[in-house]
Design a protein around this ligand. Structure first.
Ligand SMILES: Nc1ncnc2c1ncn2[C@@H]1O[C@H](COP(=O)(O)OP(=O)(O)O)[C@@H](O)[C@H]1O
Ligand SMILES: [Mg+2]
Length: 334
């Protein structure tokens, strides 16, 4: 973003850029409650804790603030590539915790890990494993995590595990093979969307952090941003950013409702273009699969093997869209 643009609005930084920056964190009521719950989980040495929420509700942002606040008191292994197999998982954790790998043997790894946990416990430091996008963890890896959580002394658990993910993480944990893990989850936190007033305060707070203390966005503009975003911070950011650009192009120092509409049109247009190109790819793929299948049928017929080719499965396009209800964070302890 050009400095012209920022100077025009009296900003020294783009307040709605998507890059994660804890300086811009302004906790909603739900996020504040989530932070407290995560801190409780680690402080009280609860085994498992899960944090779920729709995409864009601020799970990773909240997590980043949490990790920042924990750095002094805990050793944290953050796994950001959750599709790891059970065999890959333990080495990844050891690497994150900077525990040298003696050999590839699982026994050695477990022993070194346990020693590390005992040393940390001896100096009252917590060890926390955090998995973001944990709905992607294979069931077998979740089971491996449960086995790791068995590392404890007679008195206390040596390891705290925080799973963060989309709402399907909760349903995933309901499958019979993960019953034991599900029973061990001590704290469950659900991040909800922002309320209308939170969304408005959130916009103001980010503008402030960007260096402008005047009300840059009019009340009706903020209310429209809320309506269009459904209170999802990621979408609020996107709309706020595009409407700022629209106001700039309009030569207006205040962002009004019309600028939000223009910003939203831009986003929809870009989204429609993306959807159209996805559709094109899907059509080509379908055609290619059909041709391949016809070739297979031809092959089978000429060989008169009698075996019918299996029908191909064409994956649905990814879902889009926002909207829905809102409430404050649901935190439950079990
Ligand atoms: N409380 C907050 N304060 C500042 N920015 C936030 C807050 N909550 C969410 N965001 C921003 O919203 C966007 C989406 O948040 P993110 O944590 O990536 O969502 P999720 O991980 O739930 O998909 C990010 O740009 C993030 O910085
Ligand atoms: Mg995330």
């Amino acid at each position: 973003m050009s400095s012209n643009y920022l100077t025009f609005f009296g900003l020294n930084d783009n307040p709605f850029r998507m890059t994660p920056d804890t300086a811009y964190f302004y906790p909603s009521q739900g996020q504040a409650a989530a932070l407290l719950a995560l801190e409780y989980c680690v402080r009280e040495k609860e085994g498992f804790c899960i944090l779920t929420g729709e995409p864009g509700t601020g799970k990773s942002a909240t997590l980043r603030v949490f990790i920042e606040s924990m750095k002094q008191t805990a050793e944290i292994a953050q796994i950001i590539t959750p599709r790891l197999s059970p065999e890959e998982f333990l080495p990844a954790i050891l690497e994150e915790l900077k525990i040298p790998l003696r050999s590839g043997s699982k026994n050695d790894m477990l022993k070194d890990f346990r020693d590390f946990l005992l040393v940390q416990a001896g100096s009252d430091r917590r060890v926390v494993i955090i998995v973001d996008e944990a709905q992607e963890l294979p069931e077998t890896t979740l089971e491996e995590l449960r086995l790791l959580s068995n590392l404890e002394t007679e008195k206390e658990k040596l390891l705290q595990i925080i799973l963060v993910g989309q709402p399907e993480l909760r349903s995933k944990l309901l499958v019979p093979s993960l019953r034991q893990l599900n029973q061990r989850i001590a704290v469950r936190v659900r991040l909800e969307r922002l309320t209308p007033s939170e969304s408005s305060v959130y916009i103001g707070a980010r503008v402030n952090q960007g260096g402008n203390s005047s009300p840059l966005y009019g009340a009706t503009a903020k209310s429209l941003i809320y309506t269009l975003s459904g209170g999802i911070p990621r979408t609020v950011n996107l709309l706020a950013s595009r409407s700022l650009m629209a106001a700039f192009l309009d030569g207006s120092r205040e962002v009004g409702e019309r600028h939000v509409r223009r910003g939203a049109d831009d986003i929809l247009e870009a989204g429609a273009k993306k959807a159209a190109s996805r559709l094109r790819v899907a059509i080509y793929l379908t055609a290619a699969l059909l041709m391949a299948e016809m070739a297979m049928i031809g092959f089978h017929l000429t060989r008169s093997s009698g075996a019918a080719p299996k029908t191909s499965i064409i994956k649905a396009l990814p879902q889009r869209g926002v909207g829905g209800s809102f409430s404050s964070a649901g935190v439950s302890r079990q």
